[in-house]
Design a protein around this ligand. Structure first.
Ligand code: FAD
Length: 316
């Protein structure tokens, strides 16, 4: 987080990228090749998400979140933050996951509660004990300052929060417990993020707030994601999408255009120090957006171990 703070002080906008771990062992090589191409653009860090089955019980599998994150860092040489959820584990299990992350060299954790598993009957839902705040406290108690801790923020309030205000106070508690960086849930309009940052600053949240940016990459996919996140897509966007919804390229171009406009505004007015892009493990749209915003650096690609001459070598 020192690097992030230094970049914020410099005032030069930067970006980070989020990926989910590949689902199959076959996908792993593709994933790292793709990450290497992304690395060319100069992300300040990348994130690897955490899912059930991505815990150390599966550590022997190449696809566990921790091993993929370790690969990003040690193999693709990009600073990497590992997401970790705690709701479905005991405290001891979570500490074990953290020890495991430490053992593979991780220094940054995005501490999350995680989504509650689906149940057929809501009235029979077990009571889950832990939330992100607990995990942040455990990290500080058990590991001191070893890990940089990031946490989630919800520009429209978390759907389970008693109110938007209560959610802000809970976010402040996460900062007070040791979170050093906030990455937000996706949102659709610049004003949403501007209002959120303002409200956070007013109640004494001082740590950097990085907007989570999800470009619209497809009509059905954005509807599914919005529904899963319990977010409403603004009327204006749905109206714009209606006539082009069967034309994938048109939807993608529209999403790119809107995203560039929104990001340009947030960077220009200083609300966002940087951008965190939810890539959905896809390459084109995010790269084009970053290029249009002038954030893509075009660093030379390094040679991959199985490509002795590197991607830019004249013999390739
Ligand atoms: P918390 O911050 O612990 O709490 C969620 C909300 O509950 C709070 O915002 C608050 O409003 C309310 N709340 C809880 N306790 C209290 C209290 N005592 N008083 C008042 N309010 C309270 N999910 C995954 O499974 N894997 C991932 O890798 C992943 N990555 C994510 C990355 C980002 C940037 C974001 C924004 C979300 C991510 N999620 C991920 C989704 C996340 O797990 C869900 O949104 C989940 O429902 C909440 O997790 P949290 O850590 O935000 O919860």
């Amino acid at each position: 987080h020192e690097k992030v703070n230094r970049r914020i002080k410099d005032g030069t906008p930067f970006f980070s990228l989020e990926f989910f771990p590949p689902k199959t062992a076959n996908g792993v090589a593709n994933f790292f090749t793709r990450l290497d191409r992304f690395n060319e653009g100069g992300p300040v860090f990348v994130d690897i998400t955490w899912h059930l089955g991505s815990d150390p019980a599966n550590m022997s599998k190449e696809t566990s979140s921790s091993s993929i994150a370790a690969g990003c860092m040690n193999f693709c040489r990009v600073d990497t933050m590992l997401h970790m959820t705690c709701v479905q584990y005991t405290k001891e299990q979570t500490i074990k996951h953290l020890e495991q992350a430490k053992a593979v060299g991780m220094r940054s954790i995005l501490a999350l509660r995680g989504d509650l598993p689906p149940v057929d009957d809501e009235s029979k839902r077990p009571v889950y004990q832990y939330r992100a705040l607990d995990m942040i406290r455990w990290i500080r108690e058990e590991f001191g300052d070893y890990f940089t801790i990031a946490c989630s923020g919800y520009p429209l309030g978390h759907p389970e929060a008693a109110s938007y205000k209560a959610d802000l106070q809970y976010l402040k508690a996460k900062q007070d417990a040791g979170a050093q960086l906030i990455v937000t849930q996706l949102f659709f309009e610049a004003e949403t993020f501007e209002r959120f940052v303002n409200d956070c600053r007013e109640i004494g949240i001082t740590i950097p707030i990085i907007p989570g940016i999800m470009p619209i990459m497809g009509y059905e996919s954005i509807r599914r994601i919005a529904s899963l996140s319990q977010l409403t897509i603004p009327e204006g966007i749905l109206k714009d999408l209606e006539p082009i919804k069967h034309d994938d390229d048109a939807v993608r171009n529209y999403g790119k255009f809107r995203c560039v406009e929104m990001c340009r505004r947030l960077l220009a007015n200083g609300t966002a120090p940087s951008l965190h892009l939810y890539t959905m493990n896809r390459e084109g749209t995010c790269r084009e957006i970053l290029q249009e915003l002038g954030l893509w650096q075009r660093r030379p690609m390094r040679a991959l171990p199985w490509e002795p001459h590197g991607a830019n070598h004249p013999l390739r």
